[in-house]
Design a protein around this ligand. Structure first.
Ligand code: NAD
Ligand code: MG
Ligand code: MG
Ligand code: MG
Ligand code: MG
Ligand code: MG
Length: 339
């Protein structure tokens, strides 16, 4: 069994007297900054002028430009979009990374794929919550937490591991469990999970189910309820009790259908495709394509995004959700895309 760290395993003292700069105030940034502050840490926020900046001020933080925040902090947590990090790091962070400071990430992408090469005299580690930022915040407020991974890339002070664990505790993750990994493992598994299962696999599965029913002449509204809305109820059961717990709650007819038809839909061919997706992640092909797509201002990303938003399941869903105000996110401004 892997060692899982909980609150009792953590030495908080390493964070005492240290100033933490949370760079970026989006999905993860707002959650880390608020949780750290309420856990007693000395926090400043560094972000560009605009909506995020105003929100951080409104939330009561001391807010600066990225460069000003990086300059005064001992621990610099980079919570910018992955595709923006290299540019902002070069322009505003690098020169303030003096010896003995800590450079921290919530995803290993830029370090693992060599977009950011940190100086050799600073600690470099990651603390990556395994959940969306708005849940990192909401669960913390509820006295719970989202599990996290941590990984040490460079440990020059001899304190990097203690610091990573103290940080994870301060954002609430050590209430749920913190697991040690490497930058390589975190980066590759995070990309694989979101592409093959959590985001890509799931949206394609839902759309295929919806289209199959609608093309066979069934009502689109019914297909929406069946293939998308009800998914949450099933996933909640899996979250609480695994596959077994979910199967306990569904009818035996549904369970038999699961056994005989699930493997027909997600068959050996799908697993072969998953392996190919994983190979593109491991080889760096996915990263390279995504970096280039950003360099040319995202023509494919924007075109696909527009097409997806116009899919019939989205049009039907918007109308049905308008009639169910109780399913709307509680804090819409805090919810942003990204896994
Ligand atoms: P986000 O898009 O929600 O927020 C990014 C923030 O950076 C915003 O406040 C934005 O204003 C700011 N920003 C963007 N460009 C900037 C610039 N040029 N200068 C200054 N500020 C700028 O990002 P996110 O989804 O929270 O992702 C942050 C990091 O966390 C990424 O490394 C991501 O992989 C990781 N992560 C995200 C999630 C998630 O739930 N979204 C989960 C785990 C890990
Ligand atoms: Mg049913
Ligand atoms: Mg049953
Ligand atoms: Mg995002
Ligand atoms: Mg993830
Ligand atoms: Mg991710």
């Amino acid at each position: 069994m892997a060692k899982v760290y909980y609150n009792g395993d953590v030495n908080d003292q390493v964070l005492a007297g240290k100033k933490v700069a949370v760079i970026g105030y989006g999905s993860q940034g707002h959650a880390h900054a608020l949780n750290l502050k309420e856990s007693g840490a000395d926090v400043v926020v560094g972000v560009r002028k605009g909506k995020s900046f105003d929100k951080a001020v409104e939330d009561g933080h001391n807010v600066y430009t990225v460069a000003e925040a990086a300059e005064q902090a001992d621990v610099i947590m980079v919570l910018l979009p992955d595709e923006q990090q290299q540019k902002v790091y070069d322009a505003e962070i690098k020169q303030h990374l003096t010896s003995g400071k800590a450079l921290v990430f919530a995803h290993g992408f830029n370090v693992h794929f060599h977009q950011i090469v940190p100086p050799s005299d600073v600690d470099v580690f990651l603390v990556a919550p395994k959940g969306p930022g708005h849940l990192v915040r909401r669960t913390y407020e509820e006295g719970a937490g989202v599990p996290a991974l941590f990984a040490i890339y460079q440990d020059v002070t001899g304190k990097a591991k203690d610091l990573a664990l103290a940080y994870a505790k301060a954002i609430g993750s050590a209430r749920a469990g913190v697991l040690e990994t490497s930058f390589k493992e975190e980066t590759e598994t995070d990309l694989f999970g979101e592409q093959a299962v959590l985001c890509g696999g799931l949206t394609s599965l839902v759309k295929s189910g919806f289209e199959t029913l609608v093309e066979a002449g069934y009502q689109p509204e019914l297909a929406y309820f069946e293939c998308l809305h009800e998914l949450k109820l099933i996933v909640d059961l899996m979250y609480e009790g695994g596959l077994e717990g979910m199967r306990y709650s569904i009818s035996d007819t549904a369970q038999w259908g699961d056994f005989v038809s699930g493997p027909r839909v997600v068959d050996a061919k799908v697993k072969e495709s998953m392996k190919a997706v994983l190979e593109d992640i491991q080889s760096g092909k996915f990263a390279k394509d995504w970096i280039v797509e950003n360099q040319v201002n995202r023509p494919q990303f924007n075109a696909i995004n527009q097409r997806e938003n116009e899919h019939q399941i989205e049009k039907v869903g918007r109308e049905l959700r308008d009639m169910m105000p109780f399913v709307k996110p509680k804090k819409k401004e805090a919810v942003s895309a990204g896994a």
